[in-house]
Write a protein that binds this ligand. Structure first.
Ligand code: SF4
Ligand code: SF4
Length: 458
């Protein structure tokens, strides 16, 4: 299998005695933005010196600014089913947990979607546990249909990413035909013995089948895949290097690597005890990981969920995170039922701010909150997307689209305070657009939005 454990362990062993000078050489190389080798990444993971850490964060921040500007894509998860046949020891949905499980009916999905649309969301991540009997692929296809067809005044969900269990080429083809955005699947841990320990006696316990899911997804026509590791299950340094190997294997075999990488950290969940996990990472290590991933794969989006606190999210946005969830509920039917509902959460959240509050705070921090889904709808997916990203031209679409979707959000879901803050930001940002034709078009489109038009994008 392509995650060569001995190779990774060898790299980590060699880098253990890294001197300050060794690490400095890699930092100087990273500044050139010409890519890093595996041994460079292993060395960066050893950085402990405060001055060098500052330098590492600065390089990651500069790369982020160059490629993504100050936009931040906002989305929300939608849990449709908590049936699960697996027993992942870190998850609130593990089959040993005894609670009334359920899946949403079409009507219930529509109700949840309407609430999400009223919050201003345009981009969702559909989440479901693994249960071939209670939650078969046809149910997921139905759920996607319910989501895409539920409109609510100006509200519409324009892109649904799907996070469901590893499956067959045939099932991935069905998802593709139904118009999914990114197919998301977390490897959880790339370390095989740990993987098997964390997923005892279950469908998900087949490491190789799980690891090759993206190959099957792409064979089934899915263009964009999103990876992730649950940091805390095993040595984070091993996981970062393994993520790189997985990404490179996809590039080699299918011409395009990860569209996104998610960086969840292990959190308390129903039926588990955090003290069982010796590899929990602290905030400093977490920030270092985000920065190193940003430097190592500059064109791959980094996603952060509400597992992290508002403070950590603000901080990580500086070093490389490009997408955040907002106003999330991590239980089935959670949006309608609110905090006192009967749903069990998959994990505990730290950031409980509403999307409106998050949008205001992002603007205060100088970010452009974006609800853009343009690439997917323009067919800029897979290698077409990567080519545009790598050419450095993606700025020409991301910023205007971000500004237009922000204006739309403000007009439909904002209050007076947000209108004032956002309008100032929008016109300041338009001033910075270098191509005159794009600047003019953006100004025109902002006016059109104010006059009632919607869903404008480049
Ligand atoms: Fe089921 Fe997924 Fe939770 Fe594992 S992580 S128990 S597969 S919902
Ligand atoms: Fe994402 Fe494409 Fe929109 Fe940029 S233009 S924010 S890459 S969907």
């Amino acid at each position: 299998m392509f995650i060569d454990h001995e190779y990774i362990e060898g790299l980590l062993k060699e880098s253990k005695d890294a001197t300050r000078e060794d690490i400095q050489r890699v930092l100087d190389k990273a500044k050139l933005k010409k890519g890093l080798e595996h041994k460079d990444i292993a060395l960066l993971l050893q950085t402990e010196d405060e001055g060098q850490l500052r330098e590492l964060f600065k390089i990651a921040g500069d790369i982020k600014k160059d490629i993504y500007g100050n936009r931040v894509v906002v989305f929300a998860p939608l849990y449709v089913s908590d049936y699960c046949v697996n027993n992942c020891v870190y998850c609130g949905y593990q089959r040993c947990n005894d609670f009334g499980r359920r899946k949403l009916t079409r009507e219930e999905i529509q109700e949840e979607v309407k609430i999400l649309e009223k919050m201003g969301h345009k981009r969702l991540a559909l989440e479901a546990g693994e249960d071939p009997l209670n939650c078969p692929i046809d149910y997921i296809i139905e759920a996607l249909d319910a989501i895409y067809t539920t409109k609510n005044e100006n509200g519409a969900i324009r892109r649904v990413n799907v996070n469901i269990a590893a499956t067959t080429v045939e099932n991935y083809r069905k998802l593709k035909e139904k118009g999914i955005g990114t197919y998301i699947l977390f490897q959880e841990t790339y370390h095989k013995p740990t993987y098997e320990k964390m997923h005892p006696k279950s469908l998900k316990g087949n490491y190789d089948y799980h690891l090759t899911a993206f190959h099957r997804a792409m064979e089934g026509g899915v263009d964009d895949v999103g990876a992730g590791v649950l940091f805390g299950l095993y040595d984070a340094k091993f996981e970062v290097l393994a993520l790189m190997l997985h990404n490179e294997q996809l590039e080699k075999d299918l011409g395009v690597g990860f569209h996104t990488i998610s960086v969840p950290r292990l959190k308390k969940a129903e039926g588990m005890d955090l003290t069982m996990f010796p590899h929990i990472i602290d905030d400093e290590m977490f920030k270092k990981i985000v920065a190193i991933i940003r430097i190592a794969v500059p064109f791959t989006g980094i996603i952060l969920s509400t597992r992290e606190s508002a403070e950590m999210r603000t901080e990580a946005l500086k070093y490389g995170v490009s997408q955040v969830s907002a106003g999330s509920c991590t239980g089935v039917g959670g949006y309608k039922e609110g905090e006192n509902g009967r749903s069990v959460s998959q994990f505990q959240m730290e950031d409980h701010r509403s999307p409106l509050q998050i949008i205001k705070e992002l603007i205060e921090d100088g970010c452009i909150p974006s609800y853009c889904t343009a690439c997917y709808r323009q067919g800029r997916t897979g290698d077409r997307f990567m080519q545009l990203a790598k050419s450095g031209q993606i700025h020409n679409v991301c910023t205007p689209n971000g500004l237009m979707t922000l204006m739309e959000f403000v007009l439909d879901y904002g209050d007076k305070e947000l209108y004032e803050k956002a309008e100032k930001l929008i016109y300041n940002e338009i001033e910075k657009i270098q191509r005159e034709d794009i600047k003019t078009l953006t100004i025109k489109n902002i006016e059109k939005l104010k006059n009632g038009e919607r869903d404008l994008y480049l």
